[in-house]
Design a protein around this ligand. Structure first.
Ligand code: G4F
Length: 342
């Protein structure tokens, strides 16, 4: 039986990957910081109690060494991170400690304790920053635009460095945005999906967002974890982009989510004064606020995952509108469940 250690196992990706690996017969160890509240995700996926939980903080090298010595994993997937781009502008040092040096601590421990283990690092499309309108591939230059992305760039290169310098089997997936009902509400897709369902049920008046024109390449997280696993099964370690190749604005996501919730929207005004109005009731249900803008924005992201398609046989299946609809449906079921439990 193979053993996998997943850091950040109660996050969106950690939860989906745990379910995937359990299905493949792995023994899965989930490492999170004490007090982490993401257990609801494992519950929703029906795997609560099936992942062996351990407490681990990437700020603490002793924790990491102890965990590796105890588990001796075959595969290690690192999702532990401060993953909120906007927050990284307020907490740049902490973001660097976790997202950059945290990965070095992990790699050092692997090198010393279990150098034959295979290591997966969750890199990000944010590494590219705004570099024009073309699709990004594995050879596109990086121009990070946030403390989050700068820290992830360090993590990316230190992973490549440990592969080259010490021969570790260490890979990075450059992950474009991948969403699901298990996303946190800090991220725009879940925030919108939840709001659309609540507004449709009369439980919320409106949703306030930031940049409506930002474009993201949004895929379904449940499918991305298989690509991550496939990366670690190849004879030779290498880095890959996982993306859909399509990009949409936040405005389009809002339109699709409200449509899935039965609300047709009309847009009025411009810039910070732009509003989304429900065509049937005439009520304003979407507003824009500077509070949700970032000091520096990545305007457009679109990835080219041909290398993953050709070499890993991985291909995302869920299209944009289906993804939005499944997120909104999940919000309606949660609301229904809450009603039953009252
Ligand atoms: O949903 P977001 O916060 O995700 P973001 O910043 O693209 O980052 C996500 O994807 C990255 C990979 O590309 C990951 F590395 C990262 O960890 C995370 O998973 O924002 C998406 C876009 C941005 O352009 C943002 O400015 O939506 C825009 N936006 C507009 N209004 C908003 C809002 N973002 C948030 N979070 N909240 C808003 O109200």
């Amino acid at each position: 039986m193979k053993k996998a250690l997943i850091t950040g196992s109660r996050g969106q990706d950690g939860s989906y990957l745990s379910r995937f690996l359990l299905g493949k017969g792995y023994k899965v160890y989930g490492a999170d910081r004490g007090g982490d509240t993401g257990i609801w995700r494992l519950r929703e996926l029906g795997i609560e109690g099936k992942v062996k939980e351990i407490s681990l903080d990437l700020l603490e090298p002793t924790n990491i060494m102890d965990a590796l010595e105890k588990i001796r994993p075959d595969e290690i997937y690192n999702f532990a991170a401060q993953s909120i781009v906007k927050l990284s502008f307020d907490q740049p040092v902490l973001t660097g400690e976790i997202n950059a040096l945290g990965v070095t601590r992990l790699l050092e421990a692997i090198r010393k304790v279990c150098p034959r283990a295979r290591f997966f690092q969750a890199s990000t499309a944010e590494l590219f920053g705004s570099t024009g309108s073309a699709q990004r591939n594995e050879t596109t230059a990086f121009h990070p635009k946030s403390p989050y992305a700068v820290a992830k760039l360090y993590a990316h290169w230190i992973t490549v460095n440990y592969r080259q310098a010490y021969g570790l089997y260490a890979v990075c997936a450059i992950l474009f945005n991948h969403e699901s009902p298990l996303r946190g509400e800090e991220f725009v897709t879940r925030k919108i999906a939840a709001a659309a369902a609540r507004i449709s049920r009369g439980l919320q008046q409106k949703v306030v967002v930031g940049n409506l024109d930002a474009c993201r390449d949004w895929g379904y997280a449940g499918e991305y974890v298989e690509g991550m696993w496939r990366m670690l099964q190849k004879p030779k370690a290498d880095d890959y982009i996982l993306a859909t190749g399509k990009t949409h604005t936040v405005r389009e996501f809002i339109e699709a989510a409200f449509a899935a919730a039965g609300i047709k929207l009309a847009w009025r005004g411009k810039g910070l004064g732009e509003k989304g109005v429900a065509s049937a009731s005439g009520k304003t249900v979407v507003e824009v606020s500077k509070d949700f803008y970032r000091p520096a924005e990545v305007e457009r992201l679109q990835g080219n995952s041909s290398k993953a398609v050709n070499k890993l046989g991985w291909k995302p299946k869920t299209k944009f509108k289906k993804l939005v609809a499944l997120m909104v449906e999940a919000e309606f079921s949660r609301l229904d469940k809450k009603k039953v439990n009252l």
